[in-house]
Unconditional design. Sequence first.
Length: 155
Amino acid sequence: MGDIRFFVPDSASQDSNVLSIDPYALVEALLGQKVNKPASVGSESLQSGYDDLDMKIEARLPREGNMRPDSPPKDVRVGAANPYSLVEALLGRNIDKFSINSAKIISNVLQTDYDELFDMKHCSVLFAGLKLNEKERKAEKLSEKDMKILNERDL
């Protein structure tokens, strides 16, 4: 999708697209109700004050050569900070976050007590790819040989 800009055309441009909208029709469309027009107001008098504000629609196209893709991310950490989103992705449906049973659903799906999910010393799936260095009390990246990728049937 492009970036659409509206601007007032200069006087030299005669082939501009003219956009004129009846304000009462706009209000009726937005409110979904009929709006009573004052008897003295006609459609010509409404538009007469806006003749100099006609707008030209122009799509802004990207200039070639200025766009470059982002560099790939380095040292990506894998994990889900939100257990609700992880369980919703596994189940393929939404979980009511305000339900009393949501903690039980999360515990059952992730096969971990809810209280242990947020603690790295219990090897929680929320911190996949990381392990806790208990001496220094900080997270460290797991080596590839220490990681085990589960298949769908393992779940």
